[in-house]
Design a protein around this ligand. Sequence first.
Ligand code: RP5
Length: 163
Amino acid sequence: MKPLIGIIMGSTSDWDTMSHAADALKQLGIPHEVEVVSAHRTPDKLFHYAEEAEARGLEAIIAGAGGAAHLPGMVAAKTPVPVLGVPVQSKALNGMDSLLSIVQMPAGIPVGTLAIGRAGAVNAALLAAAMLGNKYPEYRKALVAFREQQTEKVMTNADPREQ
Ligand code: RP5
């Protein structure tokens, strides 16, 4: 099936984090692709990826990066496809650098920024699913079912001593 969501990241070292976005999309049955696209190591590839995204049918891009994390902002600047940014937890500054680099976009080019690390990656996928759900009822249904299961899991495991 043609991918509807593109998951990109600045480095293979981001995969530990970004794999959680891919897992969540897989769980919801949403076709997606995964690719390393570095803003500073492969800038031409970044431009090409962003310029082609809409024509290839991508309806959202989840972009993860760490440190001076300009990948999500640069991609957003080159495509009208909505971009969700995931700050990867960096070693030096624990991801605060990534977070501020991604979230502080000047007015005009938005990047929907999620939390640092795994939570951000999972939530980027869930948010992308919610966006797709406006157009594809099957993905809205899958998201609702996921949330119901999540609630059920908490309700049936309420005593932490029994975990
Ligand atoms: C960023 O630099 C990447 O997104 C990654 O989080 C960080 C470090 O990259 P590596 O040096 O591990 O390749 O571009």
